[in-house]
Design a protein around this ligand. Structure first.
Ligand SMILES: Nc1ncnc2c1ncn2[C@@H]1O[C@H](COP(=O)(O)OP(=O)(O)OP(=O)(O)O)[C@@H](O)[C@H]1O
Length: 784
């Protein structure tokens, strides 16, 4: 658009708003300066304003009250200061780019349309009467996302407001200057989106508030659903929608919902770093971010060597020829299922009557309370009570019993020896304690005996403390033994649970599981079932303060894991986002938890939203990648042009390295900042990295990588989940690498990471997962 009249008018308004923001900032800065001086002064003179007197109890109480009051004054000043600082940061952002959109909305019954300017935060004029900028999350702002010019409406607390959208304008404003300005007509697509998507990727994900699409807006502003399921193709903006939804919820429920009452489960730690700047960029605090594995590790501690999902993935991809492979795959799939969950529930019902295993409580190598005693005590409780309630009663009884045993222990010689070795300080303490208890009769012979008795008690308490802790944390339950018992004899499950659904290979699953548990290895597929069983026995450690749970890459979770998560967050709404075309884990091959969600959670207050438009990649890339998966014809590319993906077939492995180096260099000279060489496995990635590193400044990404960096990376496909690159090179798309049906989704996930360019290399025969007719969508390069 040329520098026409409306552009100049718009720039004038931008200047005016920036000016107002500047004034407000000056004001706030002055207040902040004064505030800071006050804080320094309160801190310096803290004790001057406090009357300190501990002479008698009454004075001491007054002193405490005076200290408290002074501390409150200080903390209030600090709170105001921090609030001002936050506002200053937000205003500084607004000053650089005060808004990105404008809608002129003529509400029914009104004569004149109102111009609404949308930005990342609201900004009112000096009199606090007129909104110079509306927060993008304000109710009226939704018109911007939901409508093209024409009839429009939005929900207000008082009902629906209807009218006509007369103008929809989008801006790019940098450092106070309008760089671009587009009017969205009924027929013109989203030009701003075109511009944004054409840019290069970054090491950090960006917010999309200026260009949120209608169907994404439905996800972001959804308030009704207890369970919101989003199935979206690769690059359709699921993660983006999830993050803007967090920002929306924090705005909508300001004062009621805090960022740490929201949890986002993400696929790996690197992804956490990739998305960590989006919310701060929107002026909000980050929610809690974790991976399911991190949660398992925290809860399971160090009793086992706990396998992570990526090691499991490596096994699935590389160990086909190893003995036990088939049994393990069958085990992975069964242990992911709701049938196995039912088997565990049946087992728990059985354990309510018999079969629980306990560990004896030992002290200094001797049995204080035997496992048999504990077992008897447990089964003496009313069998109608749930196991976890009986366990709680048992723990209380055991503590009581230990206290009694501690009294006997205090009489023993080792205690006397230890007491004698105690220093003066311990005796002074005992003296004071006895005085407090008024048991001290100065000068009598018994006083020394009383001191010794008290010190003996203290010595024993110190040694018994770990025992109390063990009991309180239910370590007297032999949880692993109980889990093992389930697999010890293949016929056991059928005996305790008539009609239990077991897979054909159950016997080999049992054998394999027993072998691994005997080596103190807890495989990834066993971790959740084991923890579930343990929690059901001890009482679930539920997270009651969490109000919203987001699960990204939800296709990677098994039905069993979802059942677990449901129990873990009983008071939380759930937003679950995934793409079953990217379900690459063996447990999700036939049994993705994502698809089982409605059955698991019930369909009341559940909503499902489908995102079919793919924004990440250019049209030619999407046209190729969607051919790789079933139902791919539903995936719509965004109209962004680019070169066709290429395929270079080579005869010899030796040539591959050289060709990849040349391609990467070419991509670099085209100005691409993030280039990924995607391999199938971690081993292949390591080998490729070793080969490339002398010619290129490459970084290797493995499961330990915690931050996403710009540059050239070598990465296994499953770790590239959720992230994106300007250009992607598939290192070797040959039959040897990708031939099994189960590898289809892996290849699809890898290819869909590309924003602007995708290049496939292949030594020998091309993978059959790319059918011959699909090769036609590629630019096949001829070597040399
Ligand atoms: N409305 C939008 N405006 C601007 N960019 C968008 C929009 N929606 C998505 N994008 C961009 O498209 C890319 C893909 O988005 P995102 O990572 O959220 O998709 P996803 O569905 O989670 O992808 P995947 O499942 O493949 O990991 C990102 O670069 C994101 O910024």
């Amino acid at each position: 658009m040329s520098m026409d009249k409306s552009w100049l008018e718009e720039q004038r308004r931008v200047d005016f708003v920036i000016d107002e923001i500047g004034k407000r900032m000056d004001h706030l800065q002055q207040a902040a300066d004064k505030n800071r001086t006050d804080i320094v002064s309160i801190r310096k003179n803290f004790w001057d304003n406090v009357t300190v007197n501990f002479d008698d109890p009454l004075e001491a109480i007054e002193t405490a009250a005076s200290i408290k009051q002074q501390a409150e004054v200080l903390s209030e000043s600090e709170r105001v200061y921090q609030h001002n600082q936050k506002q200053l940061v937000a205003l500084e952002k607004l000053r650089r780019s005060p808004y990105f959109g404008r809608i002129d909305f003529l509400e029914k019954g009104f004569k004149k349309a109102e111009s609404i300017y949308l930005g990342v935060a609201s900004f009112l004029d000096e009199d606090q009467l007129e909104f110079l900028v509306y927060d993008w999350r304000a109710p009226i702002s939704s018109i911007y996302y939901d409508y093209l010019p024409g009839p429009a409406s939005y929900d207000t607390p008082g009902g629906t407001a209807r009218g006509t959208l007369e103008l929809k304008r989008q801006y790019i404003i940098r450092d106070g200057q309008i760089q671009s300005l587009f009017d969205t007509g009924v027929t013109i697509g989203d030009q701003l989106l075109q511009e944004v998507l054409g840019k290069q990727s970054d090491a950090q994900m960006k917010s999309i508030v200026a260009t949120i699409q209608k169907e994404q807006n439905q996800i972001i502003r959804n308030e009704r659903s207890e369970l919101l399921i989003v199935q979206g193709s690769a690059g359709s903006g699921k993660t983006s929608a999830a993050l803007q939804r967090v920002a929306y919820l924090l705005y909508r429920y300001r004062g009621k919902l805090l960022a740490d009452q929201i949890v986002l489960f993400s696929p790996n730690p690197m992804f956490n770093s990739y998305i960590s700047t989006v919310l701060p960029e929107l002026g909000e605090e980050n929610m809690q971010q974790t991976t399911f594995q991190e949660y398992l590790e925290r809860r399971l501690g160090s009793a086992f060597s706990l396998e992570d999902p990526f090691t499991q993935m490596e096994f699935v991809l590389t160990a086909m020829d190893m003995p036990g492979y088939v049994a393990r795959i069958a085990g992975i799939q069964y242990k992911a299922s709701l049938d196995f969950l039912q088997t565990i529930e049946d087992y728990i019902a059985f354990l309510g009557k018999e079969g629980l295993l306990f560990k004896e409580i030992l002290f200094q190598g001797e049995v204080l309370i035997s496992a048999e005693q504990i077992r008897k005590q447990f089964y003496a409780y009313d069998t109608n009570l749930p196991i976890s309630n009986r366990m709680a009663l048992l723990a209380t009884a055991l503590i009581k019993q230990l206290k009694e045993l501690a009294r006997d222990e205090a009489e023993k010689a080792w205690v006397e020896d230890e007491v004698e070795l105690l220093g003066n300080e311990a005796y002074r303490w005992a003296y004071k304690e006895l005085r407090k208890k008024k048991q001290y009769d100065e000068g009598t012979f018994d006083d020394f005996e009383s001191e010794k008795a008290l010190l003996s008690e203290r010595v024993v308490e110190k040694h018994f403390k770990p025992l109390y802790e063990c009991v309180k944390s239910f370590q007297f339950i032999d949880a692993i033994g109980i889990y093992q018992q389930l697999f010890a004899h293949p016929e056991f499950v059928s005996e305790i649970a008539v009609g239990a659904k077991l897979p054909e290979s159950w016997a080999s699953i049992c054998k394999h599981t027993m072998e691994r548990l005997a080596q103190k290895e807890l495989l990834y597929e066993d971790a959740t079932p084991y923890l579930y069983l343990k929690e059901r026995l001890e009482g679930f450690h539920t997270k009651n303060t969490i109000r919203h749970v987001f699960i990204d890459e939800a296709q990677d979770y098994s039905p069993f894991q979802f059942a677990f998560i449901k129990r873990l967050f009983p008071r939380s709404k759930m937003t679950v986002l995934g793409d079953w075309n990217q379900a690459i884990f063996a447990h999700t091959a036939e049994n993705s938890g994502f698809k089982a969600l409605p059955a698991l959670f019930g369909t009341d207050r559940m909503e499902q939203i489908l995102l079919s438009q793919s924004y990440r990649s250019t049209k030619p890339i999407v046209e190729f990648t969607r051919e790789l998966v079933e139902g791919g014809e539903m995936i719509e590319p965004f109209q962004r042009e680019g070169g066709k993906p290429t395929l270079l077939k080579l005869e010899m492995m030796d040539e591959l390295e050289q060709k990849v180096v040349e391609r990467v260099m070419g991509l670099q000279s085209s100005g691409y900042g993030t280039i990924a060489v995607i391999c199938k496995t971690a081993n292949e990635s390591l080998e490729v990295y070793e080969r490339l590193k002398s010619n290129l400044p490459v970084l290797l990404v493995d499961k330990e990588t915690i931050s996403f960096e710009k540059g050239i990376v070598v990465i296994p496909a499953y770790l590239a989940k959720g992230v994106e690159f300007d250009a992607v090179i598939i290192y070797n798309a040959s039959t040897t690498q990708y031939s099994r049906e189960s590898e289809r989704k892996l290849l699809y996930t890898a290819c869909t990471r590309a924003m602007h360019e995708l290049h496939l290399f292949c030594v020998g025969q091309l993978t059959p997962l790319i059918p011959i007719e699909v090769v036609g969508t590629l630019l096949v390069e001829v070597e040399g």
